[in-house]
Design a protein around this ligand. Sequence first.
Ligand code: PBG
Length: 328
Amino acid sequence: MISRNRRLRTNDSIRSLVRETNLTTNDLVLPMFVMEGNNKKEAISSMPGVFRQSLDLTVQTVKENYKLGIKAVNLYMKVSDNLKDNTGKEAWNPNGLMQNTIRAIKDAVPGVIIMPDVALDPYSIYGHDGIIKNGKIDNDSTVEALVKMGVSHAEAGADILAPSDMMDGRVLAMREGLEESGFTDVGILSYAAKYASAFYGPFRNALDSAPVDAQEIPADKKTYQMDFHNSREAIDEALKDVDEGADIIMIKPGMPYLDIVSKIRELITQPIAVYQVSGEYAMLKAAAQNGWLDNDKVLIESLTSIKRAGADMIFTYAAPEVARLLNQ
Ligand code: PBG
């Protein structure tokens, strides 16, 4: 035998010399749930260790995590039912919860990259990412609403808009909206390949945003999010969003979709973000809480596998605890 692969696995020193992928705190983006009020913190039962917090506590958490090395946050708002309607117009209220949160974070931690979610579902009475017109999720009027929403985030101080809605043509429309309003340096991270996935369940509990039966539209998002049986379609979505001006391309969910990540990695030069979504987080936590899996090890392994597949950054609810592990 001339070649023995085990030679380079003999001890940790040699293993670390030949290591192809390294997970660092530079890779982490923390998604956060914000709610109205003051000094309020509510646990999300299906996501152990994750909370909905009022603005003041959110700012404090961002500050603490920034010290741990987490330089980017992705923001989601839980708004009360009386602010919801079919148009989602609360989403571009200049003094809405999102806009106030962006301003407060920017003020307290200027170095942090703020990535607000741009989608109507937390503001829709139907829990949909689009406006319903004539019994359909109407693409073009939704895109107009998303542009207003995105520009209002930019006005509040957002760094990178993160549209997660999956309407057609929204990246170009948003880019044009930003250019026209003078926000030439505000970027777009587009959820390009976002699948209609059952792994979003715990997130919808967190925001009380699960889709409901509306007029003739069933309570799912299959007319705009992608069919999970497909992968060529994901490539098409990614290439179109790049053409429309997206700075970063998102693939979502994470672990069950690493084939998609690796294919798109080969085809585009833009940075790729991958979302380890709420259901993936919940699975790992549930098994760890039962003593069936080693919490720390599976977190690091699952995130490293996402990076190995081609991600440049990973959205994960575990970012704070992973940063602590990596800093040890
Ligand atoms: C909504 C949105 C969802 C997630 C991010 N943005 C849920 C959905 O599409 O219904 C899911 C994130 C997660 O599950 O962690 N636009």
